[in-house]
Design a protein around this ligand. Structure first.
Ligand code: FES
Ligand code: FE2
Length: 348
C-alpha cells in the first residue's frame, strides 16, 4: 500500500517544544512525535500496548532527567525508546516477577535537520535505516521562513502526480499573476536521474511566469522529485535562493498531507509582504487540492486511466521508481533507478 524502508517527512521542528508531544497519523498508523527534556526529537507508535489508548493523550514527565510518556488510562510509563519504565498498579512482588523490558511500543528512528523532522518507516518493527535521511540543498543553517499545509482527500499517488503534472497548470492555475490562457506555449525541459528520483535539470525559468521575472538576472530553476513523495523546487537568482520543499505524506489510504516549507535568502522575498506570498502559495495548493478532490468523484467508479507522452512521463517515472524500490526491498538486489536522461516536450 505505501512504500517502506524510506524516510518520511513527519513534523516541523517548530511544532515540538521540549517536554511536549503531538499525535499524527502517518501511513495509516498513529504516531506520537515528541521532544524530550534534552531537546531530542523522538517518535513512538501512539498506542499503549496495555489496552490501546493513544499514548499522546497522556502526559510527558521528567523522571530524573529521563523523559517518559505516561499513559492516561492506567499510568504505565514509556521511555522515548518505546520501552516500558513503570506499571504503577503492580505490588512490590508482582513488579519483581514481571519483566518490564518485554513490554514496549514501537520506536521509530527520527532525524531532525533544516527545521524538518524525518521519520524512518521500516517494513520490520525494529529495522535500522538502510538509507540516509534526506538533506535539502540549502545554505548552512537555513531554517523555514514560511509553512503552508493542506490535506488532499486522495491516495498519495494522485497527490504526487497531481502536483508534478505540467499539463494542468494552464487550467487549474489560471491566474493573472502566474499564467493566463494566452501564455501557453511549447516547453522543452531536460531531465535526469537523481538519488531515488529525477530532476528537471537547472534551467532558466519560463518567462511566462510573471513572478519569476522579478527575481533577478541569472535565474535558474531546478525541480527535484524523490521517493517517497518529496518535491523540491530550487530557484536561484543573482547568487541568492528561494527554495520550496513540498512533502507529500500519506495520512492513510484516502488522505494525504501536503506540507510546503519555504526557505529563502533572496532579499526581494523580504520586501514581498509575507501575507501576500502565503496567500499566493495557499491559492496554488488549494487549486491542486480542489482538482484532486473533484477527481475522486470520478475515480470512485474505478475507471481505466491513461498516462500520455510527454506530459505524463514524470508520472510514469514515479510509478517506475515505486516498482523499482519495492523490488529492491523485496529481492535484496541493488536499487536501479529506472529514469534515464531525457528531453520532454509539452504545451503549458
Ligand atoms: S491502556 Fe495504557 S496503561 Fe492501560
Ligand atoms: Fe498544480
Amino acid at each position: 500500500m505505501f512504500l517502506r524502508d524510506l524516510w518520511y517527512f513527519g513534523a516541523l521542528s517548530s511544532e515540538l517544544k521540549p517536554g511536549q508531544h503531538l499525535h499524527r497519523e502517518l501511513l495509516g498508523q498513529p504516531i506520537l512525535f515528541g521532544r524530550d527534556h534534552q531537546g531530542r526529537a523522538y517518535a513512538l507508535k501512539d498506542i499503549c500496548p496495555h489496552r490501546g489508548i493513544l499514548l499522546s493523550e497522556g502526559e510527558v514527565q521528567n523522571h530524573d532527567g529521563e523523559t517518559q510518556v505516561e499513559c492516561p488510562y492506567h499510568g504505565w510509563r514509556f521511555r522515548t525508546d518505546g520501552s516500558c519504565a513503570a506499571i504503577p498498579s503492580l505490588t512490590g512482588d508482582q513488579a519483581e516477577a514481571m519483566d518490564l523490558s518485554k513490554i514496549k511500543t514501537r520506536a521509530f528512528p527520527v532525524h531532525e535537520d533544516q527545521g524538518l523532522i524525518w521519520i524512518y518507516c521500516a517494513e520490520g518493527d525494529d529495522a535500522e535505516p538502510v538509507i540516509d535521511p534526506p538533506v535539502l540543498d540549502l545554505p548552512e543553517g537555513a531554517q523555514p521562513r514560511m509553512i503552508v499545509r493542506d490535506i488532499f482527500n486522495c491516495h498519495v499517488d494522485h497527490a504526487v502526480i497531481g502536483l508534478m503534472d505540467p499539463a494542468h497548470i494552464p487550467y487549474i492555475h489560471r491566474q493573472w499573476w502566474w499564467r493566463t490562457a494566452k501564455s501557453v506555449k511549447e516547453k522543452e525541459k531536460e531531465f535526469g536521474p537523481v538519488e531515488r528520483g529525477f530532476s528537471m535539470l537547472p534551467h532558466t525559468p519560463s518567462s511566462n511566469s510573471f513572478l519569476y521575472k522579478f527575481l533577478g538576472k541569472d535565474r535558474s530553476t531546478e525541480i527535484r522529485f524523490q521517493l517517497p513523495g518529496l518535491r523540491t523546487e530550487y530557484v536561484k537568482a543573482d547568487g541568492k535562493h528561494f527554495t520550496g520543499f513540498t512533502a507529500v505524506t500519506p495520512t492513510n489510504e484516502n488522505s494525504t498531507a501536503i506540507t510546503i516549507v519555504v526557505y529563502w535568502n533572496h532579499p526581494l522575498l523580504n520586501i514581498v509582504p509575507k501575507g501576500l506570498l502565503r496567500k499566493g502559495i495557499e491559492t496554488f495548493v488549494g487549486q491542486d487540492r480542489d482538482a484532486v478532490n473533484a477527481q475522486q468523484v470520478g475515480l470512485a467508479y474505478d475507471p481505466k486511466l491513461m498516462l500520455i507522452h510527454d506530459s505524463d512521463v514524470q508520472a510514469k517515472w514515479y510509478f517506475a521508481l515505486k516498482r523499482a524500490w519495492t523490488k529492491h526491498r523485496e529481492s535484496g538486489e541493488t536499487f536501479k533507478n529506472p529514469v534515464k536522461p531525457a528531453t520532454l516536450r509539452w504545451r503549458s
